[in-house]
Design a protein around this ligand. Structure first.
Ligand code: ADP
Ligand code: ZN
Ligand code: MG
Length: 471
């Protein structure tokens, strides 16, 4: 066995309307090179101006990560040439990062773990190079967008842990409202550093892996790299410090550059940006904007409402769900029922993309369901219609005549109808295909618009086909 050390470098695009040092819009999906100006294209003689909102969001992230926060925001130039960076340098924070020495907890495989944060620093994003058949093309729309880098200490010891951390981290920044967290679109990116060493020997030689655009790839790339390094270690060969690129299609990584080819960035203080003082007003504002974090919400839901863990976890994934759940609880008292309905009916309630159901109407429906005024099946149909119309449950039940149960003879009539419509299925059932009963049951439930009691309906259905339950 060997010891494994993993540290992550995470980049998040902050949710600011304009870029970090100019007033260009920071939105996605525009025509290439339309969100640009002399500042983000690095024309000579232009001056950057710091976006206060970017700094606010970065500061909030630092608070969430329990960092010791700087009193002044200071920037440095990181010099290097790359076609996607028209200025030939990137404004970043090197000597005085915005926050240092933080920590954050997350749950992994039933256990709460604490990860140390080395630092967080604010910087500008680069443009995008797109490789086409005609050659490379450049889109500078993203150049100069606000980017926050979060560097963890090498505290993870498996690919799975790193993957689960990233998912929890993503949930957290979405909760805070500082990042959309979309890894496919690149608004959350991650480089993974890993070393494997003989037990008890401490950190080994670090390899950095890039090009990881989903948390699953992070796990796969780390697992691959841990295997590769373990093999080298076992056979007494040298592990080279290098940067490797993950190739998802081939399920392997390949060396991109070794330490000897590493950049010398020649950092120096950015002369065009005066220090920005994080005064009392600035700090107070960031503190006031802080919300409870997902893990705190999760703990509170277990404590306050005795919710099952999976329900609490589901609700605590999105602020909109929490809000909906808590507002529902102002009108309704069975937390577990409300929670599981929100979890099971995400298209109808709790999500930003869900329908027009208000927490009050939703609570009303749950009460009607508890009183057995409607069956669960009917309640689901009512909920769907509530999402479409925004009407109160009582109004929909009245209008659609969806109130509880079906009379016995009505149910029997429905069953006769279904049987007469599906002679082939009935024959299959008689030939021994028991599974086909489910199909007929579905039809019966549909015909009764969910009003039938499934157990009773099934008993009648089998009886009508001359089959005894025991068969
Ligand atoms: P660099 O100077 O090459 O950027 P840093 O010391 O700044 O390296 O660390 C970058 C990332 O690599 C951090 O997330 C850190 O936790 C991680 N890291 C550093 N050394 C090791 C190591 N020996 N093994 C695994 N991860 C490491
Ligand atoms: Zn610009
Ligand atoms: Mg570093």
């Amino acid at each position: 066995m060997a010891d494994v050390f993993i540290g992550l470098e995470i980049h998040i695009q902050l949710l600011t309307r304009s870029k970090v040092f100019c007033s260009c819009p920071a939105d996605f999906g525009r025509e290439p090179n339309t969100n640009v100006c002399p500042v983000c294209l690095g024309y000579p003689g232009v001056l950057p101006v710091l976006n206060r909102e970017a700094l606010q969001q970065a500061y909030m992230t630092g608070l969430a990560l329990h960092c010791t926060m700087a009193q002044r925001a200071l920037f440095d130039r990181k010099n290097y040439f790359y076609p996607d960076m028209a200025k030939n340098y990137q404004i970043s924070q090197f000597s005085h990062p915005l926050g240092v020495n933080g920590w954050i907890e997350f749950d992994t495989q039933g256990e709460r773990r604490r990860i140390r944060i080395h630092d967080i620093h604010l910087e500008e994003d680069a443009g995008k190079m797109i490789h086409t058949a005609e050659g490379a093309q450049l889109d500078y729309n993203r150049a100069g967008c606000s980017l926050l880098e979060i560097v963890t200490e090498p505290d993870f010891s498996s690919g799975r842990e790193a993957e689960e951390f990233l998912q929890a981290f993503r949930t957290m920044v979405r909760f805070l409202g500082v990042c959309s967290g979309n890894m496919e679109e690149g608004s959350l990116r991650c480089d993974a550093n890993v070393s494997v060493n003989h037990p008890g020997k401490g950190l080994g030689t670090k390899v950095e892996i890039k090009n990881l655009n989903s948390s699953r790839f992070v796990r796969k790339a780390l697992e691959y790299e841990i295997r590769r390094q373990s093999r080298l270690l076992r056979t007494g060969r040298k592990i080279v410090q290098e940067t490797r690129l993950w190739d998802e299609k081939r399920g392997r990584s390949e060396s991109m550059r070794t330490k000897e080819e590493a950049h010398d960035y020649r950092y120096f203080p950015e002369p065009d940006l005066p220090p920005f003082w994080l005064d009392e007003r600035f700090v107070q504002e960031a503190e006031d904007r802080m919300t409870e974090l997902p893990l705190q919400v999760f703990d509170r839901y277990l404590r306050e409402y005795q919710l099952p863990e999976d329900t609490a976890r589901y609700l605590a994934e999105e602020r909109s769900r929490c809000r909906f759940f808590e507002q529902t609880m102002e009108y309704y008292h069975h937390a577990k029922t409300a929670g599981s309905w929100i979890k099971e009916e995400p298209a109808a309630v709790g999500g930003p993309e869900s329908g027009r159901v208000t927490p009050e109407h939703f609570a009303g429906l749950l009460k009607l369901c508890d009183e057995k005024a409607v069956t669960v099946q009917q309640a689901k149909e009512v909920l769907r219609l509530m999402g479409e119309t925004g009407d109160a449950p009582e109004a929909i039940i009245e209008q659609e005549q969806l109130q509880g149960g079906v009379a016995e003879d009505e149910l029997k009539a429905i069953i006769e109808l279904v049987i007469s419509r599906h002679p082939d299925t009935v024959k299959q059932i008689h030939d021994g295909n028991v599974k086909a009963v489910g199909f007929l049951m579905g039809k019966v439930m549909q015909e009764s618009r969910g009003a039938a009691d499934p157990l009773q309906a099934k008993a009648y259905l089998l009886e009508a086909m001359g089959i005894s339950e025991a068969d």
